[in-house]
Design a protein around this ligand. Structure first.
Ligand code: NAD
Ligand code: UDP
Length: 311
């Protein structure tokens, strides 16, 4: 297949490009580097099946020749990033998704949207099945991301229903691993960098809020299966293992051997209290479930940050 990946220079997009190339596909990576980095794709520079196009996907996307698939991953994803880039986040989720869908329709390509557990907002149903509609504050600071993704899902379903486009929606839960930006502000990279530098680990609030952390290799496997044999209905992909943020800080201290302290900082506005995917659908439809434990994933990520010299 010949495949376009938007957001290719980001954390997940770059891992997805690696996997698609390893599976024998030809890949066009597209990115405007707003939160991504050329370094994430540097190893593919001379790959004969990889091509990179620098482009902002909120404007018309032109790709010459046939295309079998569009995987739309472009969007700031860390809360720190999307709070700093509110308009760009809304634009890439709305205009960018529209352009990517329009391209898929013109090429009769399959389309996959990278959506998010944030569509559930601060959930009142726990764990979250795909049938839950969510509890999102549209005018709070996180609304720029949550509503952009909810719009993107609605737009994807409209192209599916009205134009008959072959579509997928993956609701990604917190994912971590090598190539996260050391300062993108997400909790796993923050804690690892702080622990390795001997700085205090910054727990927001009292640290009793929960998240479910999926290692990147597991996530990419789930996405590839969804792409190949899934359906148009949204599908959760994430690790159902649920931990408090304080427990995560303690695991990072134990695995790095760091003597850093844990300190409390104010809880961001609208920070979800709990988050855990119900992955029944992914298990039944795709035969998928995560294989990498939190500790093993953390070990691999700590190793990456140590070797990359960022800590
Ligand atoms: P990231 O910030 O590392 O990557 C996003 C990439 O999109 C960056 O390279 C950025 O430069 C690019 N981009 C943003 N706006 C663009 C535009 N207008 N035109 C072209 N490129 C643009 O984030 P990530 O963690 O790799 O997330 C990738 C996707 O997965 C996002 O859509 C995000 O919402 C979704 N997601 C990620 C997670 C997670 O835990 N990592 C969770 C839920 C959803
Ligand atoms: N968090 C924290 N310390 C940090 C960064 C984040 O305690 O240095 C908390 C944050 O408040 C949230 C959780 O960790 O409750 C996950 O935050 P992240 O930014 O990784 O993603 P989110 O799930 O909120 O989108």
């Amino acid at each position: 297949m010949r495949v376009l990946v938007t957001g290719a220079a980001g954390f997940l997009g770059s891992h997805l490009c690696d996997r698609l190339l390893a599976d024998g596909h030809r890949v066009i990576g597209m990115d405007n580097y707003i939160t991504g980095s050329p370094a994430n794709l540097a190893h593919l520079e001379h790959h004969p099946a990889f091509q990179f196009v620098r482009h902002d996907v909120t404007t018309f996307i032109e790709v010459e020749g046939p295309l079998d698939a569009v995987l739309h991953f472009a969007s700031p994803a860390s809360p720190v990033d999307y709070l700093e880039l509110p308009i760009q986040t809304l634009k890439v989720g709305s205009l960018g998704t529209h352009k990517a869908l329009g391209l898929a329709k013109a090429k009769s390509a399959r389309f996959l949207l990278a959506s998010t557990s944030e569509t559930y907002g601060d959930p009142l149903v726990h764990p979250q099945p795909e049938t839950y509609w969510g509890n999102v504050n549209p005018v709070g600071p996180r609304g720029v991301y949550d509503e952009a993704k909810r719009f993107a899902e609605a737009m994807t379903m409209a192209y599916h229903r009205y134009h008959g486009l072959d579509t997928r929606i993956v609701r990604i839960f917190n994912t971590f691993g090598p190539r996260m930006r050391p300062h993108d502000g997400r909790v796993v990279s923050n804690f690892i960098i702080q622990a390795l530098r001997g700085e205090s680990l910054t727990v927001y609030g009292d640290g009793s809020q929960t998240r479910s952390f999926c290692y990147v290799d597991d996530l990419i496997e789930g996405i590839v299966r969804l792409f190949e044999r899934g359906t148009a209905d949204p599908t959760n992909i994430g690790n159902p293992g649920e931990f408090t943020v304080r427990q995560l800080a303690e695991r990072v201290l134990a695995l790095t051997g760091s003597k850093s302290e844990i300190v409390q900082r104010p809880l961001p506005v609208d920070d979800p209290r709990v988050r855990q995917p119900d992955i029944t659908r992914a298990k039944q439809l795709l035969g998928w479930e995560p294989q990498v434990s939190l500790d093993e994933g953390l070990r691999r990520t700590i190793d990456f940050f140590r070797k990359s010299g960022t800590a």
